[in-house]
Design a protein around this ligand. Structure first.
Ligand code: FA5
Length: 335
């Protein structure tokens, strides 16, 4: 066979390829047959179009151009025929699989907010009504904001490495949201009325009321003539609004380096026969004011820090803090 003959044979093969391919795509009776035809003609590995493309190497150079042009036209025609076929079978899945997509669907199951998130949202709302806005601070905090600025001396047992998660470079996972008091006062002059809600970390032994990661709500109010009576009123109003009119709370004298005087606040636990500590509070220590450049002779203020898990537990009658972290949907669905 001479080269010319071979070239014209090849052109004839392209004609046949086109005719057979178009026929196969047009006569496919369903999506499966169409796919079989696609693999036979347009398949990337052994499709006939691919073979015809590879044959170009064997075509004499003076016939290559004509072959190439014809090849492109054939390939275009087959691709169009395939697209046409797809349009015929790309009907709603319903018709192919005997499923009526026009029927109303099944409503997806909606999740809902975790009880702790719900608690946080309610606290923000409630303190918002008392005129407190929301402030934030970092969870990875420097030792200065967690201790020094809060008047906690180097020798204080609260700094013990066994009681804190220290990180390299003078940082730590904050052990209390009181850090945010400092961050707020560093940034703005008095008056201040803020709350801060967030995670805190302490390597405490886990039991029914303790976790190594928990949440606190910090409150800070600074103005002229803020008194301990204001603090007690705000905490009592808060407890009654969040936990119920009949809830009992009590204040015990205590000590925190950043408040003077200081109190611990207990709430009567559900069941009524024991008290559980809800948080600490007090009048901001003048040393803290000095450290942030506030004049302690002009301004006074109160601060409090409450455990959010315990508030949530008291509110909903939950008796073990660990339930809040198990992610057992049988438990979570109840809230
Ligand atoms: C503090 O953290 C002080 N920063 C509170 C404070 C703020 C005092 C402002 C004065 C002024 P305390 O370590 O007591 O205090 O923690 C406060 C509350 O956090 C506790 O009463 C308790 O409700 C909660 N809490 C403490 N440790 C845990 C724990 N391991 N798991 C769950 N809740 C905890």
């Amino acid at each position: 066979m001479g080269p010319l003959e071979s070239a014209s044979d090849s052109m004839a093969e392209l004609d046949a390829l086109e005719a057979e391919g178009v026929k196969a795509f047009h006569s496919a009776a369903n999506a499966d047959e169409l796919e079989t035809a696609r693999i036979a003609f347009l398949g990337q590995k052994q499709g006939r179009v691919k073979s015809a493309q590879e044959r170009i190497k064997t075509i004499p150079s003076d016939a290559k151009k004509a072959y190439g042009q014809r090849f492109n036209a054939v390939r275009g025609a087959l691709e169009n025929a395939w697209e046409d076929g797809k349009k015929r079978f790309d009907k709603p899945a319903a018709i192919i699989q005997g499923l009526d997509v026009t029927l109303p669907g099944r409503a997806p199951r909606l999740g809902h907010l975790h009880p702790l998130t719900q608690t946080a949202t309610e606290l923000i709302d409630l303190f918002g009504r008392f005129g407190f806005s929301v402030a934030r601070g970092p969870e990875v905090e420097d030792v200065f904001h967690n201790f020094d600025a809060l008047n906690i001396p180097d020798s204080h047992p609260a700094r013990d490495p066994l009681d804190n998660f220290y990180l390299p470079g003078g940082f730590m996972l904050r052990s209390q949201t009181s850090t945010v008091q400092i961050r707020v006062m560093e940034k703005q002059p008095p008056p201040v009325r803020v709350i801060a809600i967030g995670r805190v970390y302490r390597p405490d032994t886990v039991d029914a009321t303790h976790s190594f990661m928990f949440h606190q709500i910090e409150g800070l109010m600074v103005d002229r003539k803020v008194t301990m009576a204001d603090l007690k009123t705000v905490l009592r109003l808060f407890a009654q609004s969040y936990l119920g009119e009949d809830v009992k709370i009590r204040f015990r004298p205590s000590f925190f380096p950043f408040t003077e005087p200081s109190v611990e606040v207990d709430m009567q636990w559900h069941g009524g026969d024991r008290w559980v500590e809800m948080g600490g509070a007090g009048m901001v220590d003048p040393n803290v004011f000095r450290a942030v450049g506030y004049d302690p002779d002009k301004y006074s203020g109160f601060a409090f820090g409450l455990g959010i898990e315990r508030l949530c537990m008291r509110r909903h009658g939950i008796d073990d803090i660990r339930l809040l972290y198990k992610n057992d949907t049988r438990f979570l669905e109840q809230f």
